[in-house]
Design a protein around this ligand. Structure first.
Ligand code: AMP
Ligand code: MG
Length: 322
């Protein structure tokens, strides 16, 4: 029999229902402030294996673990003052910390058998309430098929994973709209493995020193940084100046009147936070149109614009370049 996927509002009753599913090793679509997650209990191999299988994600790509509070998250890792400082400022929020793992109950599949683990305390109310019902962290990658555009609404998750999971909790649009920043504290040198809402300079200010530039030898530690990510089905052309015939247009700022539909603006008032929130939603909308490709106007490469450009660059890689 085919699995029926329910979308339920993330009220108290349904959050309790979701917590029961998770306790029973089931996988649930969960709202977070970054993007929607495909959550399972982090201490259970069976549940974690299911997450990888549902997404068709390679097993060498470790998952981020979500905790109800900083104390629980820090308890599961070996940490020093750097983690304490970052947790104090950025948790709950869109920062993931990678550090050496301490908790022996975490599934080795979740960490891809590394001696490190990625931990985060989300700010979104729904996942927070859900975590409060549980005595284990939730491992949750984005709730999309591997390599595809991350979901920022319950409807996006349904489109991606209908029939594959029993429940999607609907907590509205993700407020940040991009995956978390990942900072690696497992070694002496602090490295940002993935850009996100929290910028490298935000981290530098808190730690009071300059960060190492990301270096490709770290790729094995952060396979999520590989090129084949965030892909619409249609080709994406970045830093575009004009729309070509039969292309959809994704603007940053106002859309000139001569541009034809479909054209959308990430932010008419050129607000980078608004652009981040709209990016995946608009890529999904344009991807569903009858067009030959998606042209995207240049987005300033500062603050969260760095994370937006990272996702757009990866989305723009042609299949033979991936
Ligand atoms: P996501 O794809 O959003 O689920 O984020 C998962 C990403 O976090 C992975 O692709 C890695 O880049 C990073 N990550 C997770 N666990 C670890 C770990 N133990 N060590 C280093 N990076 C990790
Ligand atoms: Mg993802």
């Amino acid at each position: 029999m085919q699995l029926k996927t329910k979308i339920l509002k993330s009220n108290t009753k349904n959050i309790v229902f979701a917590s029961e599913l998770l306790k029973n090793n089931k996988i649930v679509g969960i709202p977070t402030e970054t993007v929607y997650g495909l959550g399972g209990r982090a201490d259970n191999d069976y549940a974690i294996k299911k997450i990888f299988n549902i997404k068709k994600r390679p097993f060498n790509n470790p998952l981020i673990l979500h905790y109800k509070n900083s104390e629980c998250a820090l308890n599961d890792i070996f940490y020093d003052d750097r983690a304490i400082e970052l947790a104090k400022i950025f948790w709950p929020g869109a920062l993931t910390i990678v550090s050496k793992i301490k908790n022996k109950h975490i599934s080795k599949l979740a960490t891809a058998n590394l001696n490190t683990v990625a931990v985060r305390v989300p700010a979104n109310k729904s996942i927070k309430k859900l975590l409060m019902q549980l005595d284990f962290p939730i491992a949750a990658p984005s709730a999309n098929r591997y390599g595809k555009i991350s979901p920022t609404s319950a409807k996006d998750v349904f489109e991606e994973l209908n029939h594959k999971i029993p429940l999607i909790l609907d907590g509205g649009r993700s407020s940040v709209g991009l995956e978390s920043t990942i900072v690696d504290l497992s070694e002496k040198k602090v490295v940002v493995l993935r850009h996100g809402h929290v910028s490298s300079s935000d981290i530098e200010k808190v730690l009071n020193h300059k960060l190492e530039k990301f270096n490709n030898t770290k790729l094995f530690k952060a396979p999520g940084l590989s090129i084949n990510h965030y892909q619409p089905d249609k080709p994406v052309r970045i830093n575009a100046l004009k729309q070509k015939s039969n292309e959809g247009w994704l603007a940053f700022g106002k859309i000139p009147s001569e541009f034809v539909k479909p054209s959308l603006s990430l932010s008419r008032k050129k607000c980078l936070k608004e652009a981040a929130k709209n990016l995946y939603k608009m890529l999904r909308v344009l991807d569903s149109k009858k067009i030959s490709g998606i042209a995207v106007q240049k987005v300033p490469n500062k603050g969260i614009g760095i994370a937006i450009n990272d996702r757009l660059y990866k989305a723009s890689k042609k299949i033979n370049e991936r």
